[in-house]
Design a protein around this ligand. Structure first.
Ligand code: MD6
Ligand code: FE
Length: 223
């Protein structure tokens, strides 16, 4: 047990073992349970505006497969995929207009989470917004479309619980299985920046403050 886990269990002696506090997932990676909960109303209000301007859509992979996760973005760049592959683009290919601006509350939440994981000064230029409906999944992959890997990835989960697969630096490394609940935040950077990760198919029986869907915000520095 790490010092931090001991401190946490002293502070919350009756709390469920894995329900609160911070958990190291290895060098450069941390799970912050419920960290985004205080920001939930602000996040949801901003999401309504963003998705009105730039609706969720199912992108297509280079191989021509429709992704089961629906996506949109805010920020000066957005992550897009089509038959020519994955990349970051300054405009929404659906509308031809720039992506909606990143709300200050988003950037602030991401920076506070990154700082707790040891990455001070994180200033994201992309917030990729993912919507998972039952059955939607994300295959194990590395995030390597960004220009440099100095900045961490910050991932905020809202809505239905999903099982996050957090692997190692090699595809063969056996992933940890982490249930991510409403408000949980995961940060990975530095030595963990290129760890493989993915999401198991969302289960239909999940009940959550957002109904049977999971919304994930992933913050990156791509440009
Ligand atoms: C998640 N998403 O939804 C994590 N990575 O919990 C990702 O890791 C991700 O949705 C690269 C591109 C799109 C993604
Ligand atoms: Fe990813």
């Amino acid at each position: 047990m790490s010092t931090e886990e001991r401190v946490t269990s002293d502070l919350f002696p009756l709390a469920p073992a894995d329900g609160v506090g911070h958990r190291e997932l290895g060098p450069g990676a941390i799970l912050l349970r419920a960290f985004a909960l205080p920001d939930e109303p602000r996040i949801l209000a901003a999401l309504t505006l963003i998705t009105h301007d730039a609706p969720f859509r199912h992108m297509v992979t280079r191989g021509g497969f429709r992704m089961s996760v629906a996506m949109t973005n805010c920020g000066t760049l957005g992550w897009v995929s089509d038959r020519s592959g994955y990349r970051y683009a300054a405009t929404d290919p659906g509308s031809g207009r720039p992506w909606p601006e990143m709300p200050p509350a988003f950037a602030d939440l991401a920076a506070r989470a990154a700082a707790l994981a040891g990455f001070a000064g994180f200033s994201p230029d992309v917030c990729l917004i993912n919507r998972y409906e039952p059955g939607a999944r994300l295959a194990l992959h590395q995030d390597r479309d960004e220009r440099d890997f100095d900045a961490p990835i910050v991932s905020v989960s809202l809505g239905a619980t999903a099982v996050f697969l957090f692997g190692g630096l090699r595809r063969e490394d056996k992933p940890q299985r982490l249930p991510l609940r409403h408000g949980d935040v995961v940060v990975w950077g530095g030595p963990a920046r290129l760890r493989y990760h993915g999401v198991l198919p969302l289960r239909a029986d999940a009940t959550s403050p957002l109904g049977v869907q999971r919304i994930n915000l992933t913050f990156r520095r791509a440009g």
